[in-house]
Design a protein around this ligand. Structure first.
Ligand SMILES: *Cc1c(COP(=O)(O)O)cnc(C)c1O
Length: 497
């Protein structure tokens, strides 16, 4: 790397390409030592007959240390929040304190079976009840289900409750309205539930165009879904007017709570007039994500909607005693048992450890970090909506198009400087979007290192565009065909590969 490059320490992701484990080792080596046989020897052929495997199993011939190194090496080829700064906008890739993992692994939790009698799982029920109470307080919405497995699943769960309420009132409705800044899961949820998607444009400030919204609100609208602060990282100050207009036609106001990290203890979706909200525990409340592991998307609803929630619900029956409640009017289960219980334990531990003041500080720090970065980066990139932001902001890489450098190239070049890319090309209303969310867990020196890297890349894009266009140069793999990886995955290994 040249001397102008960031002096920020690189994460150890520059290990070389990796052989499959079958390409390692030496024939005959092994990492298992089987004890002498101490039972009568029997003839397997006679016992299994035709069903016996034809040859020995195809297993790698590796020693224990080779296995260890193989998997450590694979882990280092990846980029995670534990290896470096990961400012992936909308995703809240904050550091997840390890102590929460310890809590989730406590044998009293991890060893439970969901069919155990209730009186033997009082602690787990209490944890779920207290977590629900905390989420109700944070959101300002009293009804809570912990079942949904992710944010998108929470969206669907809430819309199912809206449908149940409309149908119960003899007023089924067909349309759901979204702003053009909506996350892709919003229209996907709406389409999956069989509603029609109606999109309203944003105004020139990046907020809901209230007139455009009012123009499409009618009595066939089931709901309006809004992320607030929105995906441009902007809090919509018209929110009360918006939710009132939505309610005026008998529709529900849904808050996509993916950006809750910006407003903890500061502003409650319930107080803003929303009827329902999902919370991504794996974003705001400290569960590692990004690798496809389990998350959770609890849904909080107003008192009027609470009896439609998925059941059974964990409930407090008497002081110190806990049980479950079946609701006759429930939309039904959306997930087996109680959802992803381990994730609930982590969120509970995190909320209890920080307390109300700590949670407020999370949002204050997250917002401060984002504004700190925004102010420095707006000199070298375009900032289409130049206002105080919340926990994230969206730059544009348009000015580099003239050099043939696209936002994707800048994102890839960041890997050479030791940083994960921000979210790119979302929200789609910003040309060449670069959406940056630093989170509260990064130090000033890390943020400064990122600014330095972004400035260096902006400089390269003009002076030496080829180096940016051909990035990354230092990673185990270069540019991958991501679409093909998703559409045509090769998951089966064969010894000839
Ligand atoms: C992450 C995200 C979602 C979807 O949440 P998942 O937990 O990934 O299903 C929805 N909306 C926004 C704004 C998000 O950032």
């Amino acid at each position: 790397m040249s001397s102008e490059m960031s002096n920020h320490p690189r994460p150890p992701c520059s290990v070389g390409p990796q052989k499959s484990i079958f390409g390692l080792g030496t024939p005959g080596s092994s990492c298992v030592a089987v004890p002498e046989i101490d039972v009568p020897d029997i003839d397997l052929d006679a016992l299994l007959g035709e069903s016996r495997r034809e040859g020995p199993p195809v297993l790698p011939h590796v020693t224990e240390v080779e296995v260890m190194r193989h998997y450590s090496h694979l882990a280092q080829m990846n980029f995670g929040v534990d290896s470096g700064f990961y400012p992936l906008g909308s995703c809240t890739m904050k550091y997840n304190p390890r102590i929460n993992e310890d809590a989730a692994r406590l044998e009293g939790f991890s060893g439970l079976h969901p069919y155990q009698p209730e009186k033997t799982v009082q602690g787990a029920l209490r944890l779920m009840v207290e977590l629900s109470e905390a989420l109700a307080e944070i959101s300002g919405l009293p009804g809570v289900t912990l079942q949904p497995a992710a944010g998108a699943h929470g969206e669907l769960t809430a819309l199912m409750c809206f449908r149940a309420a409309h149908e119960a009132a003899g007023d089924p409705r067909k349309k759901v309205i979204l702003p053009d800044t909506a996350h892709g899961t919003n229209p996907a949820t709406v389409a999956m539930g069989g509603w029609d998607v109606v999109t309203v444009p944003s105004n020139d400030q990046g907020l809901v165009d209230l007139d455009a919204l009012k123009a499409v609100l009618d009595t066939d609208v089931a709901a309006f879904m809004l992320t607030n602060p929105n995906t441009l990282g902007l809090f919509d100050p018209q929110i009360q007017e918006i939710t009132e207009a939505v309610h005026a036609v008998g529709a529900f106001a849904y808050c996509d709570g993916a950006n809750l990290n910006a407003v903890l203890g500061k502003s409650r979706p319930g107080d803003q007039g929303f009827d329902a909200l999902h919370i991504n525990l794996h974003k705001t409340f400290s569960t590692p994500h990004g690798g496809g592991g389990p998350g959770a998307g609890p849904v909080c609803v107003s008192g009027d909607l609470a009896h439609y929630l998925p059941s059974p619900l964990p409930v407090r029956v008497a002081d110190g005693e806990f049980s479950t409640l079946q609701l006759g009017t429930s939309v039904g289960r959306v997930r087996s048992f109680f959802g992803n219980f381990g994730v609930l334990v982590k969120a509970y531990a995190y909320i209890k450890a920080l307390g109300a003041e700590g949670l407020e500080e999370v949002s204050e720090q997250a917002v401060l970090s984002a504004n700190y970065l925004k102010e420095q980066l707006k000199e070298v990139f375009d900032l289409p909506y130049d206002r105080t932001c919340m926990h994230e902001f969206v730059l544009s890489g348009t000015r580099f198009k003239a050099e043939g450098v696209r936002t994707l190239d800048i994102a890839k070049r960041l890997l050479d400087y030791g940083f994960h890319s921000p979210t790119v090309y979302f929200p789609s209303i910003v040309d060449e979007a670069i959406m940056i969310e630093p989170t509260e867990t990064e130090s000033v020196s890390t943020l400064d290192g990122f600014v330095e890297a972004m400035r260096a890349i902006a400089d390269e894009a003009v002076r030496d565009p080829d180096i940016v266009r051909s990035a990354p140069h230092t990673t185990p793999v270069r540019r991958l065909d991501e679409v093909r990886a998703a559409r045509d995955p090769h998951l089966r290994w064969s010894p000839t590969q």
